[in-house]
Design a protein around this ligand. Structure first.
Ligand SMILES: NC(=O)c1ccc[n+]([C@@H]2O[C@H](COP(=O)([O-])OP(=O)(O)OC[C@H]3O[C@@H](n4cnc5c(N)ncnc54)[C@H](OP(=O)(O)O)[C@@H]3O)[C@@H](O)[C@H]2O)c1
Length: 335
């Protein structure tokens, strides 16, 4: 009999999530039945969006994993293949047509192509949700043109580092905003033209005006809050703002959101366009994004970095680390 571990929420997180909000449970799984297959988690992802689900006490916490099929009574998922599945924070999962899909992005479980040159964990990062968020968000919503100046916040994170590199591939000048010297140094090795550390820059407004003297054509916003208002103040005429995330407010009660400088007058004066998106808008083009990102990885135009936590029990810590800026690149939990 196989035992699975799974994490549920013990109590709703208030403010910054804490380890004691999470509870580890152990359960026996039944034998699989016709049409079912049993998956063993190999790599799990933690992502900022999960913060929206840390009020669902008692349910398995949502999340995506790369898993290996270890028993199967389903010809489409033979033993030994790897799959990607929205099974949540759990080590073993029996999958059938009724398995609860724990993703807010509603994507089906499918068999992964093996990657001769890369780790399978990339299907959770550059070849998965974050890679496609960067690819579709930048190319479809922002539509950058060669020579334009792009600013990306959360620049050393999973999405941000990928966005900056695609912008370079497209011939843009890229300015990244991040929170530590180590992250600044890494982004420079990726070819970012300027990187500003918001924890060390006394006057972000002046630093941006210097780095983008002709204004910012496109702002890819991962963080929201006052940093975003300052960036929007430095936009060029007809600039575009792509709202991808707003992590600076994820730990705040929605009735008590932090205040930031009003942006509407700036938007009006500069005639800015702002569009938010959820990557699920591009679910029907999912494989296209993966193929393009894989091609860039294979030809060396795109690099990736992972912050790896070892062991299923490290999931809460890895998740909390996202809100403390502890990760560089994609955060992965390796079982
Ligand atoms: N629209 C979509 O469909 C979609 C899909 C995926 C992700 N997203 C969003 O994209 C953003 C980035 O996600 P990711 O997976 O790439 O995460 P990530 O950037 O890898 O990790 C989070 C990073 O955010 C920064 N951060 C944390 N708290 C912050 C705060 N209070 N103010 C400013 N920065 C803060 C930290 O970097 P620093 O040390 O540099 O501050 C931290 O390392 C998130 O907002 C996420 O919700 C949206």
């Amino acid at each position: 009999m196989v035992k699975t571990l799974r994490y549920v929420l013990k109590k709703p997180s208030v403010g910054m999530p804490r380890e004691e909000d999470f509870q580890l449970l152990e359960e026996n799984l039944p034998q699989i039945e016709l049409g079912e297959f049993l998956c063993k988690a190999i790599y799990l992802s933690v992502d900022p969006y999960m913060r929206f689900f840390t009020s669902c006490v008692g349910s398995t916490i949502v999340g995506t994993q790369v898993a290996k099929v270890i028993e199967s009574l389903n010809d489409q998922f033979p033993v030994g293949c790897h799959v990607i599945g929205d099974f949540g924070w759990r080590t073993y999962t029996i999958v059938n047509s009724l398995t609860e899909n724990l993703s807010p992005f509603c994507r089906p479980t499918y068999v992964l192509d093996e990657l001769p040159n890369h780790p399978l964990s990339l299907y959770l990062g550059s070849l998965g949700l974050t890679g496609n968020t960067a690819y579709f968000g930048l190319t479809e919503i922002c539509q950058p043109k060669a020579g334009e100046t792009i600013v990306v916040t959360g620049a050393a994170g999973a999405v941000g580092s990928h966005v900056g590199q695609i912008a370079k591939i497209k011939g843009c000048r890229v300015i990244g905003i991040t929170g530590s010297k180590e992250k600044v140094d890494w982004l420079k090795t990726l070819g970012f033209d300027h990187v500003l550390n918001y924890n060390e820059t006394n006057n972000l407004n002046a630093a941006l005006a210097e780095a983008a003297p002709y204004g910012i054509d496109c702002y890819f916003d991962n963080v929201g809050g006052e940093i975003s208002s300052i960036i929007m103040k430095n936009m060029a005429q007809y600039g575009r703002v792509v709202v991808c995330g707003s992590i600076s407010s994820y730990n705040t009660d929605s009735t008590n959101l932090p205040k930031a400088t009003l942006v509407q007058p700036l938007m009006l004066y500069k005639e800015l366009k702002l569009e938010a998106f959820l990557v699920s808008r591009f679910n029907d083009r999912w494989i296209e994004g993966i193929r393009q990102n894989l091609q860039w990885l294979d030809n060396g135009q795109l690099q990736f970095r992972e912050t790896i936590y070892n062991g299923f029990e490290s999931m809460p810590n890895a998740f909390i680390g996202l809100f403390k800026g502890e990760n560089i690149g994609k955060t992965i939990i390796q079982i």
